[in-house]
Design a protein around this ligand. Sequence first.
Ligand code: SF4
Length: 385
Amino acid sequence: MRISYSTFDSYRNCPLKYKFREIDKIKEPKSKEAVFGTLIHAVLKYIHTPALLAPTIDQALDYFSKGWNSEVYENEMEERSAFSQGVTIIQNYLAHTKPNDYNIVNLESRFAIEIGDESTGKHIVSGIIDRIDKTEEGYEIIDYKTTRKMPSQDKVDNDIQLSIYLKAFLARYPKEIDHLDKITVSLYYVKHGVKLSSKRTQEQLDTLEKLFLEVIKSIEEEKFDPILSPLCDWCGYQNICPLWKHKFKETHTIESEDAEEAISEYLKLKSVIGEEKQKLGKLQTRILQYMEQEGVDRVFDDDGIIAKSLRKTYTYDAEKLRALLEPLDKWESVLKVDGIALRNILAVLPTETRTEVERAKVLDKESTSLSVKKNKIEVDEELSL
Ligand code: SF4
């Protein structure tokens, strides 16, 4: 199959969204962020396209204005704010960059590389690399980002997009494989004017192919479960997504009336309970201060007694416990899989082992819970159903 980096990324973020877009071919309205990002990329390409004289700030801004699309914005204020953001990005970029100082090898170059073999099937990964520079040290592969949020250095060091771009670069310049330490890969956050750079090892490039093959296999096996995430807020398929479509339900029937009342009452009650819990916490703090001040552990009122008690929880020193229990042949029976520890370990395991561990997963217990999301605070409540 043929998969682009962006569709690979889209599948990893939400397989169902991938299905809507790539398989069902349901058109998603272009988001204003995507339209804005595309235009900024076009302006940067214009700025760096080799010419006798590099464009001036005015020329770059003129290019930006001509490409502006006002249709995607909901109101004038929103549009004005986005436009001035674009102007600032271009002005700042050109204030700190002299286009002719760079030896640019390629701009927005398309690639298509083959991955896989007879056993996995051969596939094509495609994409577009924003910019490749020849540097004093070697080369630099740059991807522009127009998002505000910047990743940690650790994320940049493991960024799959940069790795696949490097692999595509090496397919074009195979001799450079011996100089990986001289090839820089960078994410350029134009809103901040900050470039985050990294290098890649041969080992990282080797595991990359497996990641793509895993995703391709899941697509071929038609695994398209939705993944709820903050990205849903920008998803154009909410109205048909099973996790969101109730939000768009317009017809209220007599049959659903009592359920709707239950939903409304449930949310109100949760809100009241939340407020009461906060009040309770404040009262507890005040009472504890008073007990401390009076040097007492119990306080009295006509309605009852409040007593202070100290609750201690213990954990065990695993090594000491093991030394004690192993000779007694009891160690194995106290071992149990610790979910959090396992999740932490999983992150550093090789892909193959991770897949094996995933396969070893068995359903232990199923319970139904309701959660309420309000003002970014999520409360989970187990229901005995
Ligand atoms: S709304 Fe969220 S879960 Fe549903 S398809 Fe879109 S990204 Fe996936």
